[in-house]
Write a protein that binds this ligand. Sequence first.
Ligand code: ADE
Ligand code: ZN
Length: 340
Amino acid sequence: MPQSKVTKEFIYGLPKAELHLHLEGTLEPELKLHLAQKNNIDIGQHTIEEVKAAYQFDSLTSFLKVYYPAMNVLQHTEDFCTLALDYLKKAKEHNIKYAELFFDPQAHTSRGVPIEAVINGYYEAAQQAREFGVEANLIMCFLRDMSAESAMETYLAALPYRSKFIGIGLDSDERDNPPQKFAQVFALAKKDGFHITMHCDIDQEGSIEHIRQALMDISVDRLDHGTNIVEDPSLVAYIKEKKIGLTCCPVSNSFVVDDMKGKEILELLHQGIQVTVNSDDPAYFQSYISDDLYSLAEAYELSREDVIQIVKNAFSISWISEEKKNGYLKMVDEYVASFE
Ligand code: ADE
Ligand code: ZN
């Protein structure tokens, strides 16, 4: 049977779930300049063109060097709320129905912003988004290049707001910062009932060992990136059996390792692994979720069935009730049927 062609229109209109997006990575140059002016912060750039010109990176490390200083413009509860709300409005345009959003409290508390400003601002935006049809939950991440003690302190400081986030993640620079370093705080979070996930970035030193630690020692519910797992068939069999999904970000990959890793993503998909496609830091990689899906579909000639499976996987591995999952999956089926 000939495979059906995937069009841009089909991809953009599909009901979607976004599972790998850093709220701080949605800081568009326009909002960055606006907040810099409002909060009287000298960011060294004065025009959109200058801000865009500073967005130069070719590795995870060089990306993070641009990424963290940019966050200085975020100072008050309402700044965090504006950032997240601007993103959630874009999410609506991309037909995102459900999103689980990462945020990095230590990137703000380390420069004197109270943790409640961060959590309350982001949470308020998520509440407002429900009114225009986007459901969102928050995942609090620890910066793995900070200490395990700092992660624990952050976790304890966030606990009074525990009803405002549903999961715990781990991001930033993976080099020399393996999952094991954070075993204690993740064990506590798991015991407290949070869902847990971790970045296992692309082609890192010790990638397979880090993936093994995340899966076996930490018992993560998902892996963020993690496509290097394809190198170890026994770990692939493990995540297949446990139904542990991967949140892949092809356009982000093309920036930090100069390869979308589409071959690996497709290989895993066709082995029955629940891979998903996400946008990571869309303001920096100029690619929101539909753009990521379309770029991957174009470059690797995905079939319509591949695209539908990827989109369904995201709802399936999300951290919502079975009832809600089934409702969203039905929306996808209805959309596909209406598109015939
Ligand atoms: N923070 C934002 N984007 C990230 C990525 N791709 N890897 C690790 N930390 C990040
Ligand atoms: Zn990420």
